[in-house]
Design a protein around this ligand. Structure first.
Ligand code: PLP
Length: 402
């Protein structure tokens, strides 16, 4: 007999994962080379070369009892110090190892932060469209997400809607920039407005309201955009990071949480996060890969690879008449469905072996997401199929480039 919670989770099971499974089934039928699977944000460029040597050296030189042993629930101190110093150098922060907790990816990190701050009935404001798993993470603690609609021209958050979303139960605002699924980077102006509204609401409700910054795509920025670090806008900011995308290590499950000293109740927060890491059953982030990322913290992924895909897909689809938001970061393209019901569009695309994810999976219907972390050769071959799809909807020529 399944629990009510897991029954609910099963009923709303991830559209992304479902499409991924469909892709595998389709590949068995028509051949993997003929399936254009834009469903999953699985990196398509390998981890940096230096990582192999780092793993080999660690296995060779470290005491296996240490390398594969338990450590503090927050992770190895020297690993946390290496990450703290890296952030300080790049962003002018003042972290030490004490401000950092190593986590089981961004997903593990968000869950331990939620466990630390959320009581049943609490609310977390999120900006639509948003990573659909946030709903499940909040539900794990009998809390819920409160989506705020975007400005549909820019896909920056709508500030009036944001200010109106707060209630007595708002514990946190969860933000993700560069954004999955739109590829939009929230501007400096947006961040300043968000911080202003948060400060006002903290005064109004006379308690802290945390900003949780989910940053798996921090380094994936294009066209000279700068990597941003959000603690500079608002003092009560908790940063969640993942190496899944930046070092192409999603299966290794490694990330961290950073809590600055200036955040309200920071010491208790860090103590709570450490305990949550243990009691949720993670115990600690995987030990070997903690040591690996500490060594490779200055490396990053092959940005040119994604940038070329971004340009080819965006130019290709807008050229065919699709309306797309130009991605500034991450590796997703957000495309307006030519019909109001994007499920119909997603199904039509399947006829051409094009696998897209419906916008409603991200709390924003009428759009679809394409994860362009596939080979460039496939992106370019897919354009012929997109042309047939466009013809079905009577699209032609240059359309809106947002
Ligand atoms: N947050 C966002 C916005 C994501 O896109 C993802 C993964 O795609 C995650 C969190 C989870 O990342 P991780 O693999 O590090 O748990």
């Amino acid at each position: 007999m399944l629990s009510k919670k897991i029954q609910t989770a099963l009923a709303g099971s991830s559209a992304i994962r479902a499409m991924f499974v469909e892709g595998k089934e389709l590949a068995a039928k028509v051949g993997a080379e003929n399936v254009f699977d834009f469903s999953l944000g699985n990196p398509a460029t390998p981890a940096p070369e230096s990582l192999k040597q780092t793993v080999a050296d660690l296995l060779d030189k470290e005491d296996p009892l240490v390398l594969h042993g338990y450590m503090s629930n927050s992770g190895y101190e020297e690993v946390r110090e290496s990450i703290a110093q890296n952030l300080n150098r790049r962003f002018g922060t003042k972290f030490t190892w004490k401000n950092i907790v190593m986590t089981v990816g961004a997903a593990g990190g968000l869950n331990i932060v939620f466990k630390t701050i959320l009581d049943p009935g609490d609310e977390v404001i999120v900006f639509a469209p948003f990573f659909g798993e946030y709903r499940n993470y909040a539900a794990n603690f009998d809390a819920s997400v409160v989506p705020v609609a975007p400005d549909y021209e820019t896909f920056q958050p709508d500030m009036e809607a944001f200010a109106a979303a707060f209630t007595e139960r708002t514990k946190a605002v969860l933000i993700n920039t560069p954004n999955n699924p739109t590829g939009v980077i929230y501007s400096d102006e947006t961040m300043k407005r968000i911080a202003e509204i948060l400060c006002k609401k903290e005064r109004e409700y006379r308690r802290e309201i945390y900003l949780i910054s989910d940053e798996p795509y921090r380094e994936l920025v294009y066209d000279g955009e700068k990597e941003n670090f959000l603690t500079k806008y608002y003092k009560d900011t908790i940063v969640g990071y993942s190496f899944s995308k930046s070092l192409s290590l999603p299966g290794e499950r490694i990330g961290y949480i950073a809590v600055p000293d200036e955040a309200a109740d920071s010491e208790n927060l860090l103590a709570g996060i450490e305990v949550a890491n243990r009691t949720l059953g993670f115990v600690n982030a995987p030990s070997l890969i903690q040591k690996v990322v500490a060594e490779c913290v200055n490396e990053t992924t092959n940005l040119e690879f994604y940038d070329k895909n971004r340009k080819d897909l965006y130019e290709g689809l807008t050229g065919l008449g699709f309306t797309c938001i130009k991605p500034q970061g991450a590796f997703y393209l957000w495309v307006k469905s030519p019909v109001a019901d994007e499920t119909e569009f997603v199904n039509a695309a399947k006829k051409y072996n094009l696998l897209l994810v419906k916008g409603s999976a991200f709390g924003c219907s009428g759009y679809v997401r394409l994860a362009y972390c596939i080979s460039n050769e496939k992106i370019n071959r897919s354009l012929k199929e997109f042309a047939r799809l466009a013809a079905e909807y009577g699209l032609s020529g240059e359309n809106t480039k947002a």
